[in-house]
Design a protein around this ligand. Structure first.
Ligand code: NAD
Length: 514
């Protein structure tokens, strides 16, 4: 029988802390390490397994514990220690979930999280500092500033495709901003979820109930969302994003929605096909195509397609060898459901490169499809796998029209030797992020925000953008308790001379003059 630990965490048989929110539903938590088998049905035991933990987190926040810079910095350092101490364990978990190579795990998960932690630690006090605001004549003697304060209790819901990065990078922002946090990793990346639930709570918060890991899938997350949070940060599909936003609206909780969709990639006739193929293949097949910002499809002329196909084949062979299935650098599809979905997409258009699959390993070869129709499923849904359809267009205008007739994408790419062409695509379209002759390397820059627009999401994060996302920007005006005589000017009645004077004093021109 598990016994409650100091955080309300429960100890399992190997002495590790497990997520407190799973504690009332022990059926979900101690799943077998790496077992991709079905989750055991939750044992009905209490009406609301979340209530106690959430109350404790709220009490901790109300006590003011998380507000001081020292506490925030200690949390960030503890998160860094978690990464360093458990590097091998985390790599193993990622390998079990996605057959991710150690190199990919480093590049796209661990190093990025560590970079975010280091940046937050270096800048924490500067970010927390009140920002002075200018005043007008009426408030000339007052002090106007923006005070960054934590929202309170924050819920972070993450997907499975970068199960560490997309869980812990938002966590860095939430901790830096001084919030209490409930982390809800994806139930589909089971091994990573388990490390986060069992090991991370031993590092964070050291027994003072500011942090918890909630486990479960749609049903459990739905129940969690019935509770009031002060901020919800969701990364996942637009379909679930709508569910999260609807639940948040019941409590008027602000949200960040980091969603997905179909990312177009325009390839101009004026390009070096091998350079384009290298860059497109690298990021299309990275993480086995299970990346939200990669090009979902290519738009180019039939002539450019003919030059691009051998170049893409060349790039794929160089990256993954003659037999990509045996490459240590190519992962696997997350689960059977997604494998079957992707295998169905291979029937669209005509396979020009790849097309092989092996159900026993959930393997799908790096694939390029041509002769694809706009109405086929591969052009109707987000692919999220190692399949790249090429759609033919007659030039830039048709490509831009094609892009603009669809939902605003998370990412959009343009490849051309002409900077004018790249600029035109940038100027005449919308997307969350934009890459000109470049892949998703901008995700390594915390100086650039990540966030969608329209159907691909709302809000942004990374670096200081994360801190700002998880902080309420409180507008403050502090005025002397005395000097009441000066205020007489704004009190009624308002004869003409007074109206003119007030208008002048309130006008922005006066504050710039002064
Ligand atoms: P998903 O929307 O199915 O699940 C995301 C999270 O929501 C998971 O934790 C899951 O448990 C939970 N969830 C699922 N169904 C739910 C429901 N009905 N009610 C409440 N919660 C529910 O997404 P996914 O399959 O994990 O990830 C793939 C999607 O995420 C793709 O669309 C991809 O583009 C997107 N994505 C976006 C970004 C980004 O930064 N914008 C990053 C990675 C992935």
């Amino acid at each position: 029988m598990a016994s409650p630990g100091p955080l309300g965490l429960h100890r399992n048989s190997i002495g590790m802390s497990v997520g407190p929110l799973g504690a009332g539903r022990r059926g979900w938590v101690p799943r077998r390490w790496g077992s991709p088998g079905p989750r055991r049905a939750p044992t009905p035991c209490r009406m609301d397994p979340f209530e106690d933990t959430l109350r404790r987190l709220r009490e901790a926040f109300s006590s003011g514990l998380t507000r001081p810079a020292e506490f925030r910095a200690a949390q960030l350092k503890a998160l860094g220690c978690f990464l360093r101490d458990n590097r091998q364990l985390l790599q193993q978990a990622l390998e079990q979930d996605l057959r991710k190579s150690a190199a990919e795990s480093e590049i796209s998960e661990i190093v990025i999280i560590q970079g975010e932690i280091d940046l937050a630690l270096r800048n924490l006090r500067a970010w927390m500092k009140d920002e002075k605001a200018s005043t007008n004549l009426v408030t000339q003697l007052d002090s106007a500033f923006i005070h960054k304060e934590p929202f309170g209790l924050v819920l972070i819901i993450a997907p499975w495709n970068y199960p560490l990065n997309l869980t812990l990078v938002p966590l860095v922002g939430a901790l830096a901003a001084g919030n209490c946090v409930v982390l809800k990793p994806s139930e589909l990346s089971q091994s990573t979820e388990r490390v986060l639930a069992e090991v991370l709570p031993r590092y964070l918060d050291q027994g003072r109930s500011c942090f918890a890991v909630a486990l479960g899938g749609p049903e459990e997350t739905g129940r969690l969302l019935e509770h009031k949070f002060d901020y919800i940060f969701f990364t996942g599909s637009p379909r679930v994003g709508k569910i999260v936003m609807a639940a948040a609206s019941k409590h008027l909780t602000p949200v960040t929605l980091e969603l997905g969709g179909k990312n177009p990639c325009y390839v101009d006739d004026d390009c070096d096909p091998q350079t384009v193929a290298n860059r497109v293949a690298f990021f299309r097949y990275f993480n086995t195509g299970q990346t939200c910002v990669v090009p979902d499809y290519v738009l180019c002329s039939p002539e450019t397609q003919e030059r691009l196909l051998p170049a893409l084949q060349n790039a794929i062979t160089r990256f993954y060898g003659e037999d990509p299935k045996s490459s240590p650098n190519l992962g696997r599809i997350i689960n059977e459901k997604h494998f079957q979905r992707l295998r169905g997409l291979l029937d669209c258009g005509r396979v020009a490169i790849g097309g092989q699959s092996d159900e026993s390993e959930r393997y799908i070869a790096p694939t390029v499809l041509v002769d694809v129709q706009d109405t086929e499923p591969v052009m109707q849904e987000e692919i999220f796998g190692p399949i790249l359809p090429i759609m033919n267009v007659r030039g830039l205008d048709e490509a831009i029209d094609f892009i603009n007739r669809r939902e605003k994408p998370l990412a959009l790419y343009a490849f051309s030797n002409s900077s004018q062409v790249v600029k035109q695509v940038l100027d005449r379209t919308n997307s969350g992020i934009f890459g000109g002759n470049k892949g998703f390397m901008h995700l390594t820059l915390p100086t650039l925000p990540l966030g969608g627009v329209g159907n691909s999401g709302m809000g942004r994060y990374h670096g200081k953008f994360s801190f700002d996302t998880f902080s309420h920007h409180r507008a403050c005006l502090l005025c002397s308790a005395g000097l009441e005589k000066l205020n007489q000017i704004i009190y009624p009645p308002y004869p003409d001379w007074k109206k003119k004077l007030i208008n002048w004093m309130l006008s922005t021109q006066t504050c710039t003059i002064l």
